[in-house]
Design a protein around this ligand. Structure first.
Ligand code: F3S
Length: 392
């Protein structure tokens, strides 16, 4: 692998953290057959939750920070295992909170922005087309590649951190233009309205194409929120990191000769059924990926003047939560009996240790992950249907 002088110097650096980071990237580059490194403009650090990385993860991060690890490009943290300010209100134990805070502290020491969100592109970290980045959270990776047109592989926690420190990543996979071509055509022959419709479509397609790059036809229009739901679901049931929506993310392309998939009412109904284990959630969670301000506004409107008798969480970033506070949406949701939580995620918080066993979600990604990662039975439905299940 060809390294520039600066990269060679990093390999021999007196700073142990820089040296380790560059060694890891060179090793990965060799494994993937990269010929060179590419400079990145931002990174996204994963492995932020104590639930995901445990005590060994804390030890690694604290030692790495102690060795002088510092990020060299803007770097943003993924969701943590709790709302960093309101963890008690969530029902998180003191022991979990103490450990979570040590992770956050080590990351802060390295210069990582503690944004604790999977949708940084909604309010701060917005790359431009063709920019090389090293992001780690699968839904954000999918959105960055497909909707924004930036270039990133689906990084793991260590490789994203190494990229953040060196400002480089091995140039392979989706950093190369020749690998950014559709592999399948998905003909959508059903009207898509709700976030859950896009989640069900994504869940079905991800399983079919695995790590392929689907090209959708038949979707008249998709909003930012719908696209983030679609990409998140495909990245969860499969490993899709790049997709195309004709007329929305790309102009029509020549896709003749590609394998064709057909998504109709039948597939939609069967997918929704397959994702559902229970009709009776004991908690409903919205915000996987983290809610935009528009999604929170819609939830607040639906709850205006009403009361719920089960738990309801609306997950978002701290930035969007502040905005929702200012607009009065948080107050409306809280008056109804729900909570607007920031910094955390339904999969990496310890939902299963907090007495929940049945979760309602409109997210295709959450519906795929909750049974395995959180021992939850899932009620998969659209927002209004879920709200009806928790309203008094
Ligand atoms: Fe975000 Fe967690 Fe869902 S990281 S996409 S809320 S599984």
């Amino acid at each position: 692998m060809h390294l520039t002088n600066e990269e060679e110097k990093m390999l021999e650096s007196d700073n142990q953290a820089v040296q380790k980071a560059m060694k890891l990237l060179v090793k990965l580059g060799d494994i993937y057959g990269a010929e060179e490194m590419v400079e990145i403009t931002s990174a996204q650090a994963s492995g932020v939750s104590y639930k995901s990385i445990g005590d060994p993860g804390i030890k690694f991060l604290e030692e790495f920070a102690e060795e002088g690890a510092k990020v060299s490009v803007p770097t943003f943290a993924n969701p943590a295992g709790m709302d960093l300010d309101n963890w008690e209100e969530m029902g998180i134990s003191e022991d979990f909170a103490e450990k979570q805070n040590r992770i956050v502290e080590a990351m802060r020491k390295m210069g990582i922005n503690i944004t604790a969100s999977c949708t940084p592109y909604l309010w701060s970290n917005l790359p431009v087309r063709n920019e090389h980045i090293a992001w780690a959270e699968s839904s954000a990776v999918s959105f960055a590649n497909s909707v924004i047109g930036a270039k990133t592989n689906r990084e793991g926690g260590p490789s994203a951190l190494a990229a953040a420190i060196t400002g480089r990543t091995p140039k392979h996979g989706l950093h190369l233009e020749e690998n950014r071509k559709p592999t399948h055509v998905v003909d959508v022959d059903v009207g898509l309205e709700n976030i859950s419709d896009f989640g069900a479509l994504g869940s079905w397609v991800g399983r079919k194409v695995e790590d392929g790059k689907p090209y959708f036809t038949g979707i008249d229009h998709a909003s930012t929120d719908q696209l983030k739901a679609l990409g998140a679901a495909m990245a969860a049931s499969g490993a899709v990191a790049l997709y195309f929506v004709e007329g929305t993310t790309v102009d029509p392309m020549d896709v003749s000769g590609l394998e064709k998939l057909h998504f109709t009412d039948n597939e939609m109904d069967r997918e929704c059924e397959d994702l559902t284990d229970t009709e009776q959630p004991d908690i409903v969670v919205f915000g996987c990926p983290h809610c935009s301000i528009n999604e929170i506004e819609d939830i607040a409107e639906a709850l205006e003047g009403r009361k719920i008798d089960k738990d309801l969480w609306v997950l978002t970033s701290k930035a969007v939560k502040t905005w929702a506070d200012r607009m009065g949406y948080t107050e409306t949701i809280e008056e109804a009996g729900g909570k607007v939580l920031s910094d955390t995620c339904n999969v990496v918080c310890p939902l299963e240790d907090m007495g929940y066993g049945n979760t309602g979600t409109n997210s295709g990604k959450a519906a795929n992950y909750l049974p395995g990662f959180c021992e939850q039975k899932v009620c998969f439905a659209d927002r209004d249907e879920l709200l009806e299940k928790v309203l008094k």
